[in-house]
Design a protein around this ligand. Structure first.
Ligand code: NAD
Ligand code: WQD
Length: 351
């Protein structure tokens, strides 16, 4: 029988794309998600896309009895751990929820893994662990900095916790994947990012303006020391990111210890460049207005993805045009996210 990969948070945005990539590569997966920021419809769509049944358990990573039950019933070889709260703004208002869910949740998960002799883990970290970078591109060897919000601090704490764990026991092999700014959606338009309530990230805000759910886009800051005064980020297609997890799992099978990999493209785009690219690609004009800088934003952030290239044999293949086309296909086919009844997408008009 094939061994199973447990995907925590696998009904969420990045987890669902990774589940799809793993299934398509022949993995047997089990999704564990408490659906606090996702829904079952995502799993149904994964089943439609893969023409297989996707094993799904609604439950919490902080439930040790459930975890032991899962590890006893399934032959789990590795865990890909996405389950986390992820709103920077909410983490400032509710830090205890973030430390309890993200840090204590990861502790519970690792303890259950150790009890059940499972020692391979891929963890969703973030470029936020670098804090304010002294220069770009950012390579792993600059070391971590000081994240500026509780969400970011949970990621750094978990990285440290997992490093200590690897140092304590050579059976562990753990990959910390530091994502830059994931955007895009699967090219089918069937799965994508479905934020609850008002989104905070740039692309969900932009597409919601484009479909008329938000009247105009607020651009935070016009006086940064960048090409046009707006912040520069390394946007990465979620399907490329998903493939990075597949590569990490392959490498971890034969390489114990702790590993750090940046998953980014190595190319930065400003907020205005993103808006204008979106307008060019979709033909939709985006009303926007400048507002003061957003607290905690850094001017420039993009990756040196060379280490992932050398050690994982991974590099991002999808450029900005595809990221925007796929984001827009998802949003326009699913104006209410997973609450929408899915329509087969018409080809996206490219000017
Ligand atoms: P998401 O909210 O779409 O997915 C997270 C999933 O975890 C959700 O389905 C949620 O229901 C589930 N979950 C949360 N707490 C849980 C718990 N205690 N038990 C079980 N399930 C739980 O977020 P995403 O964008 O897919 O992010 C996935 C991971 O990547 C997170 O760890 C996030 O911090 C990290 N990350 C995301 C970004 C980004 O911009 N999206 C960037 C860097 C890192
Ligand atoms: C990008 C740029 C905004 C919305 C965040 C987290 C980070 C990681 C990814 C999880 C910034 C500007 C945005 C808007 C705007 N998440 N913007 N108007 O801040 O780089 O990273 O998500 O780990 O930890 O901090 O991404 O998409 O929020 O912002 O002008 O309505 O777009 O100011 O310059 P960010 P973002």
């Amino acid at each position: 029988m094939r061994k199973t990969t447990l995907i925590t948070g696998g009904a969420g945005y990045i987890g669902s794309h990774t589940a799809l990539a793993l299934i398509n590569a022949g993995h047997k997966v089990l999704v564990l998600d408490n659906l606090c920021n996702s829904c079952r419809e995502c799993i149904r769509r994964l089943e439609q896309l893969t023409l297989t049944r996707v094993d799904f358990i609604k439950g919490d990573i902080r439930d040790p009895v459930l975890l032991d039950d899962i590890f006893s019933r399934y032959d789990i070889e590795a865990v890909v751990h996405f389950a986390s709260l992820k709103s920077v703004e909410e983490s400032v208002r509710k830090p205890l929820d973030y430390y309890a869910n993200n840090v204590a949740g990861t502790l519970d998960l690792c303890q259950a893994m150790a009890r059940n002799n499972v020692f391979q883990l891929v963890f969703s970290s973030s470029a936020t662990v670098y804090g304010e970078p002294s220069h770009t591109p950012i390579a792993e060897d600059v070391g971590t900095g000081k994240p500026v919000n509780p969400y970011g601090r949970t990621k750094l704490m978990i990285e440290e916790l997992l490093t200590d764990l690897c140092d304590s026991d050579p059976r562990w092999s753990i990959g910390l994947l530091r994502y830059f700014n994931p955007i895009g959606a699967h090219e089918s338009g069937m799965i994508g990012e479905d934020p609850r309530g008002r989104p905070n990230n740039l692309l969900p805000c932009l597409t919601q303006v484009a479909i008329g759910r938000i009247p105009e886009l607020t651009v935070y800051g016009s006086d940064y020391p960048t090409v046009d005064g707006t912040c520069v980020r390394d946007y990465i297609h979620v399907v490329d990111l998903a493939i990075g997890h597949l590569k990490a799992l392959q490498v971890l099978q034969h390489n114990n210890g702790i590993h750090f990999w940046n998953l980014g493209t190595g190319v930065g785009y400003s907020v205005l460049q993103i808006i204008h690219s979106f307008e060019d690609i979709t033909g939709i004009s985006i009303p926007y207005r400048f507002a003061p800088r957003r607290l905690g934003d850094i001017a420039k952030c993009w990756a040196d993805p060379g280490k992932a290239g050398r050690e994982l044999g991974w590099s991002a293949q999808r450029g900005l045009e595809q990221m925007i086309t796929d984001t827009w296909r998802w949003q326009s086919c699913n104006p209410q996210g997973y609450q929408s009844s899915f329509k087969i997408p018409a080809p996206v008009a490219v000017k």
